[in-house]
Design a protein around this ligand. Sequence first.
Ligand code: AMP
Length: 137
Amino acid sequence: MEKDVFCKIIDGEIPSYRIYEDDDVIAILDISQVTKGHTLVISKKHYENFLATPKDVMHKVMDVAQRIGQAQITTLNAKGVNILTNCYPEAGQTVMHFHVHVIPRYENNDGFILTMKENDGDLNLPSICESIRREMK
Ligand code: AMP
């Protein structure tokens, strides 16, 4: 199977700006820099995405994501941070290897637009609530 871009970065086959590395996790600057300092925190072992990652690894990745977000606030003068992880192409995932975006946010119009619109449909909230609740592991 062809290696994905993050496996190639982890194996040193593609260059990257590495902010952090330990046995399980690396953090690099995202090539797209949606805002200044946009960072990816990546599990070294290949898992398809957040939903497919064992909890111990997911916790290690989230720990590093939190520390990176804290550092972005203090060093880059960011005023906020978005922590995002996309699962499957329908949700915008383009690299099928678990990673978390840590996106610093700045005052005024920093160029990153994240919109959540209200659903104007007639949703059966009690039924939706119950079906998700029942399926939770
Ligand atoms: P996603 O769309 O959530 O799967 O995010 C994948 C991210 O990987 C995108 O934001 C890309 O800009 C980023 N990316 C792709 N190739 C590289 C690379 N060689 N170095 C750093 N970031 C990359």
